[in-house]
Write a protein of this length. Structure first.
Length: 446
C-alpha cells in the first residue's frame, strides 16, 4: 500500500517536534498536525513563560535585599501588562523558529483537529491523510475538581493571560505548578494562600525538599492550609469565597488558581476505532519502545504514563525516531530523571527519594544532609539551603541527590549525569570544589 507519508505526528509539542525532525533526518516523509500554537504546553503556557515570570519576580526579591549590598533605596513599579506583552513577543519568536525548522526539514504542518479513521488514516476537519506510522503526541490538560462554583477558578492555561495582578490569590493544589505560581505572585506583592490536601506540599519529591520549600515560602508570607480540600466556591459581594474542609472555613480571594494535576488529551481522537488501549487514568498504554497496542501507532509525552516533563517527551520522541526510522533500537531509562521546582527557595532532585530508597533497600541505606546559610548571603533573612544525599549502604553508590536553595536546578542537573554513571559517595569526597559556592557542600557531606 502507498501512503501519503511515512510518519504522521499528531501534536506539535516537544515530543512530537523532536520525533518529526529526527525522522525527517533519516529521510522519512513527515507531516505533523496541530490545532493550537506550535510548541505545546511547554512553550505557550508552561515552562517558557513560567521561567520568564520567575525571572521577573526575582527582580522584586533582589530589590528587597539590595540595601544590604550598598544600593540606595528607590521606588520601583512593575507593569504586569507590559511584561506579558514582552513574554508573548518572545514566545512568538520561538514559534517562528519552529516553523522555519519544519520548513527546512521538509515537514508539512497541517492545522486542525486530528482523529483516526483507521489505523493508517487520519481525518483533519474532513480531509483524509494516510501514513505508514502514526505518532500520538497530544499532551495533557489541567483538570478541575468537581465542586460547586469551580467555573470561577482559572487553570495555569489562563494565568499567563491575567489582565492584572490580583490582590488576593488562592491556589488549590500544592504540586510544583501551584507552588511556583505561589512563589512568583508573592514576589509581585500578591497575598497568596495555598490549599493542599496533603500535610506537606510537593507530593512525590523528597520530604526534606518538601519541608524546606514550604518553610521558605512561609517565611516570605505565603499562607498554607494543609490537610484540606475546597468543598465549594461562592461569589458574594464582588469577591470569591472558598469553603474549605469539613468545617467549611471561608477563605476570600480575587483570583483562584486550580493546580491539582493534569489529564491526557486522549478524548475525541478515535482511538477506539484503531485498537489503541488506554490505561485507567486515560493515558495511552505503550511498551518500552513507545509502541501502543496497535503495531504501527506510537505515543510519547504527557498522553502516556511517563513522567510529565518536557525533556522526557523530547527524549521519547527522538528514541522513537531512532528505533523506527534509524533502525537503532533505543529505550528510555526513567530511573534518574531530574526535576525541579522553580520557586524561591528553589528545589531540585534526581534519583531516589529517601522514602523510595528505604522501601527498596530497607535500613541499609545511609542519608547525608546539611542545612546552612550560604556564605555569599549578606541578608538577615536567614534563608537556609539544604543539601541531601541518599546512599546505598555497602557500595556507597549514590541513589539520589536533593537540594533546596539558590541554583538548585543547575547543581542537581550536573550531579544527575554522575549519578546516572554510578558515582559513589567516596567519588564526591575525593573531588575538589569551587569556593565559595553552594555546590561544593555536596563534596564534604558527613
Amino acid at each position: 500500500m502507498t501512503f501519503d507519508y511515512d510518519l504522521f505526528v499528531i501534536g506539535a509539542g516537544p515530543g512530537g517536534l523532536a520525533a518529526a525532525k529526527k525522522a525527517a533526518k533519516y529521510g522519512a516523509r513527515v507531516a505533523i498536525a496541530e490545532k493550537e500554537a506550535i510548541g505545546g504546553t511547554c512553550v505557550n503556557r508552561g515552562c517558557v513563560p513560567k521561567k520568564l515570570i520567575v525571572q521577573a519576580a526575582d527582580f522584586a526579591l533582589k530589590n528587597q535585599t539590595a540595601l544590604s549590598y550598598g544600593w540606595s533605596d528607590c521606588k520601583t513599579y512593575f507593569d504586569w501588562t507590559k511584561f506579558i506583552k514582552s513574554v508573548d513577543k518572545h514566545i512568538d519568536s520561538i514559534q517562528d523558529s519552529y516553523l522555519q525548522q519544519l520548513q527546512e526539514a521538509g515537514i508539512e504542518l497541517i492545522r486542525g483537529h486530528a482523529s483516526f479513521t483507521d489505523a493508517h488514516t487520519i481525518d483533519i476537519d474532513g480531509r483524509k491523510y494516510t501514513a505508514d506510522k502514526i505518532l500520538i503526541a497530544v499532551g495533557g490538560y489541567a483538570i478541575k475538581p468537581k465542586i460547586t462554583g469551580i467555573d470561577y477558578a482559572l487553570t495555569s492555561r489562563e494565568m499567563f493571560h491575567l489582565p492584572y495582578l490580583p490582590k488576593r490569590l488562592v491556589i488549590i493544589g500544592g504540586g510544583y505548578i501551584g507552588v511556583e505560581f505561589a512563589s512568583m505572585m508573592n514576589a509581585f506583592g500578591c497575598e497568596v494562600t495555598v490549599i493542599d490536601k496533603d500535610e506537606t506540599i510537593l507530593s512525590g519529591f523528597d520530604i526534606d525538599l518538601r519541608r524546606g520549600i514550604q518553610q521558605g515560602l512561609s517565611k516570605r508570607g505565603i499562607r498554607f492550609i494543609n490537610n484540606s480540600m475546597v468543598k465549594e466556591i461562592k461569589y458574594l459581594e464582588e469577591r470569591l469565597l472558598l469553603m474549605v474542609g469539613e468545617s467549611r472555613k471561608t477563605v476570600p480571594a480575587d483570583t483562584i488558581l486550580v493546580a491539582i494535576g493534569r489529564a491526557p488529551n486522549t478524548k475525541n481522537l478515535g482511538l477506539e476505532k484503531v485498537g489503541v488501549e488506554l490505561q485507567q487514568k486515560g493515558t495511552i498504554e505503550i511498551d518500552e519502545y513507545n509502541r501502543t497496542t496497535q503495531e504501527n501507532i506510537f505515543a510519547v509525552g504527557d498522553c502516556t504514563s511517563s513522567p510529565q516533563l518536557t525533556p522526557v517527551a523530547k527524549a521519547q520522541g527522538e528514541a522513537f525516531a531512532d528505533t523506527v526510522f534509524g533502525k537503532k533500537e533505543q529505550k528510555i531509562n526513567y530511573d534518574e530523571v531530574p526535576s525541579a521546582v522553580f520557586s524561591r527557595p528553589e528545589g531540585a532532585g534526581v534519583g531516589m527519594t529517601e522514602a523510595k530508597a528505604r522501601e527498596k533497600f530497607g535500613d541499609s541505606i545511609k542519608v547525608y544532609r546539611h542545612s546552612f546559610q550560604p556564605l555569599s548571603s549578606l541578608t538577615n533573612e536567614n534563608e537556609q539551603a539544604t543539601i541531601k544525599l541518599v546512599v546505598e549502604g555497602k557500595s556507597e553508590r549514590i541513589l539520589g541527590a536533593h537540594m533546596v536553595g539558590e541554583n538548585a536546578a543547575d547543581i542537581i542537573q550536573s550531579l544527575a549525569v554522575a549519578i546516572r554513571k554510578g558515582i559513589t559517595k567516596q567519588d564526591l569526597d575525593e573531588s575538589i570544589g569551587i569556593h565559595p559556592t553552594v555546590g561544593e557542600e555536596f563534596l564534604s557531606l558527613s
